[in-house]
Design a protein around this ligand. Structure first.
Ligand code: FRU
Length: 527
């Protein structure tokens, strides 16, 4: 079953299953706020959230919209919630940007800054921000009609504060495809046109336009490429330069509702060329795909539907990505009541060439480092085989911390970090040199029984770097861990729900002498 099908199904039986938010007691809310409201990850103030949508940057502000149902804590009639930030870490909530209407719910989509007013939507010299999204007609959906999803636009003439839906909506009718959604628009500088990619069943469709209103279908991609163990959703398509070269490649992201490395939802990527109409896989990427593996933006269970910000200034030059930090299979059941789910830390994507194959790396945006309060420089720590060493001391609050270290050589080393509390709840993560895999084990991490798929297995992820030297940067919040191994070549994102905060960190050397160089355990500061 697709992620949306699971969410939609839960929605239709919500009245028998769940109490509305308003009935929850204040007591539960405050315990939950304290225990589970993240310190530095974006969450909706109240109600349900899923995919990040419509992200753009303008005049010092990063805008983040998101799939939102404000009236309950489970998936429902979709709105676009809205928040802004000057640093990608601290967010200010703004009023809901788009409400469902007679054409349907407002599903996922994107937004661009239309500097040249190509859309003609500005009449008095303003710069329109144009959002493109999918309408999902719930009535047609419930009746099983194939054409419930169409594409539409809305615009803002005041830098994103208020939004008007275009009166000629939908701008693209449904061509007879049930899952037909999530338009992501990019400015194609070379051809001076807009390019848009959307997910259609189990492939991508690419359209182009001169005015953001009239769209021409130019390509269908992906039928026989990558994983097809689910419906394709939430794509992205954008150019990037391979680091250290002048070579530009186009990166395609595509979320898939099943078949991710550790089961459930995940996001694949493809690297290739775009000639203004068609996307073609890069030859070496194609060979690697055929020979080796699928390419994933994250290997953990909890990073889905991620896309990138538009209009980040050229002098900044970053491609900044954010994903929904939960798996759709259990998103409706995670143990919070007043709100549900959070977004990942925004990440900088880099395109590098590894043995001639273009590959993505992702790392937390640098802005996170501005929140380092005090760094505990542990220096070099060595731990003998079989030993467990407690790190960090008692005054570290692991619900807002950053850990970083380097191993001079990882070849024969296996290690396990353990984050635990006095109730014996523990989160384990580390590396196993026997199978060259990283792992996160949340089987005893606290509340795990809200869904069978949450903690049935240890999550594993391949070590993709072939270098002997190994590094890691790890971000810890109240309910999430984001691990960026080997310069972000293997990112893993997972969530957890301890019944009391973890307050001890230790590391166990499973195999050989573990040498952690430049070990840093940084306390992050958030009010
Ligand atoms: C992905 C998704 C999108 C859709 C949205 C609906 O999680 O299913 O494909 O637009 O959620 O909320």
């Amino acid at each position: 079953m697709t992620a949306s099908a699971i969410l939609f199904q839960t929605f239709s039986c919500k009245n028998q299953k769940e109490k509305p938010v308003q009935e929850e007691t204040k007591e539960i809310a405050s315990v939950e706020e304290q225990l589970y409201r993240p310190n530095f990850h974006f969450t909706p103030k109240i109600g349900w959230m899923n995919d990040p949508n419509g992200m753009f940057y303008l005049n010092g502000k990063y805008h983040l919209f998101y799939q939102h149902y404000p009236d309950d804590n489970i998936w429902g009639p979709m709105h676009w919630g809205h928040a802004i930030s000057t640093d990608l870490i601290k967010w200010e909530h703004l009023p809901i940007a788009l409400y469902p209407d007679e054409l349907g719910y407002i599903f996922s989509g994107s937004a661009v800054v239309d500097y040249e007013n190509t859309s003609g939507l500005a009449k008095n010299g303003e710069i329109p921000i144009v959002a493109m999204y999918t309408y999902h007609d719930p009535k047609k959906g419930d009746e099983g009609k194939i054409d419930a999803q169409t594409q539409a636009i809305a615009y803002s003439l005041d830098e994103g504060k208020s939004w008007t839906k275009y009166d000629g909506n939908p701008v693209i009718e449904n061509p007879g495809i049930r899952d037909y959604r999530d338009p992501k628009v990019t400015w194609d500088e070379e051809r001076q046109q807009w390019a848009m990619i959307l997910a259609a069943d189990s492939e991508m469709m690419i359209y182009t336009s001169k005015n953001l209103i009239d769209w021409t279908l130019t390509d269908r991609f992906g039928k026989d490429v990558g994983s097809h163990d689910g419906v394709w959703e939430c794509p992205d398509l954008f150019p990037m330069t391979i680091e250290g070269t002048d070579e530009v490649k186009w990166v395609m992201l595509g979320s898939i509702s099943g078949g991710a490395p550790n089961g459930g939802n995940g996001t694949q990527y493809f690297i290739g060329d775009f000639d203004g109409e068609k996307f073609t896989l890069d030859d070496s990427f194609k060979t690697a795909l055929a020979e080796k593996h699928d390419f994933w933006i994250d290997f953990g269970k909890d990073n889905y539907a991620g896309v990138t910000w538009s209009n980040v200034p050229e002098e900044d030059g970053r491609k900044i990505f954010i994903g929904w930090m939960v798996d759709g299979h259990y998103a409706n059941q995670v143990p919070t009541t007043t709100w549900r789910s959070s977004q990942s830390i925004p990440r900088t994507l880099r395109l590098i060439s590894e043995n001639g194959v273009p590959m993505l790396r992702s790392e937390p945006v640098d802005e996170v480092r501005n929140f380092i309060d005090k760094g505990l420089e542990e220096g070099t720590v060595s731990i003998k085989e079989g030993e467990e060493k407690i790190l960090g001391g008692e005054d570290i609050d692991y619900s807002k911390a950053r850990i970083a270290y380097t191993l001079p050589s990882i070849d024969e080393i296996s290690y396990t970090f353990k984050l635990s509390n006095e109730k014996g709840e523990e989160l384990l993560f580390g590396y196993n040199s026997d199978d060259k895999q990283f792992f996160v084990d949340r089987r005893k991490s606290g509340i795990v029984d809200f869904h069978d798929e949450f903690a049935e297995k240890i999550s594993v992820a391949p070590r993709l770097s072939e270098k002997s030297v190994h590094d890691a940067e790890i971000l810890l919040d109240k309910t999430s861990i984001e691990l960026f191994f080997d310069g972000g070549s293997t990112p893993i994102t997972e969530i957890f729900f301890p019944t009391t905060p973890y307050d001890q960190l230790s590391v166990i050397s499973e195999n050989g002498e573990l040498i952690l160089e430049d070990l840093k355990i940084d306390q992050l500061k958030f009010d």
